[in-house]
Design a protein. Structure first.
Length: 87
C-alpha cells in the first residue's frame, strides 16, 4: 500500500482508483491521449459509473497537502535567455 493510501479513507481511495481507471480506459479505448483530460468522454463514464454503482467519483480531490508531499521534483530551466529561442 502506498503512503497516500494511508492518509485517506477507504472511500476516498476507492473513488480515486475508479477515477484513475477511467483515465486508463479512455486512454486505451479512445483516441484521447491527454492524461489530464476530464472532458466529455471521461465525464460520461464518470456519470455512468456513479449512477450504476452509487459512487461519488469526481474530477476533483481535497487532499492537496498529501499529494504535494509527494512532489519531489524541482523545475529547472536549461535555456539561456541570452540566446534567441528557436521555434
Amino acid at each position: 500500500m502506498d503512503k497516500l493510501s494511508l492518509w485517506t479513507s477507504d472511500d476516498t481511495n476507492g473513488q480515486t482508483h475508479l477515477h484513475e481507471m477511467i483515465h486508463a480506459y479512455v486512454f486505451v479505448a479512445t483516441p484521447v491521449r491527454d492524461h489530464d483530460d476530464h472532458g466529455p468522454i471521461f465525464q460520461a463514464h464518470m456519470h455512468r459509473i456513479n449512477t450504476a454503482a452509487m459512487t461519488q467519483i469526481t474530477v476533483y480531490h481535497t487532499f492537496h497537502d498529501e499529494v504535494d508531499s509527494y512532489r519531489q521534483h524541482i523545475w529547472q530551466c536549461n535555456v539561456s535567455l541570452l540566446v534567441p529561442l528557436m521555434f
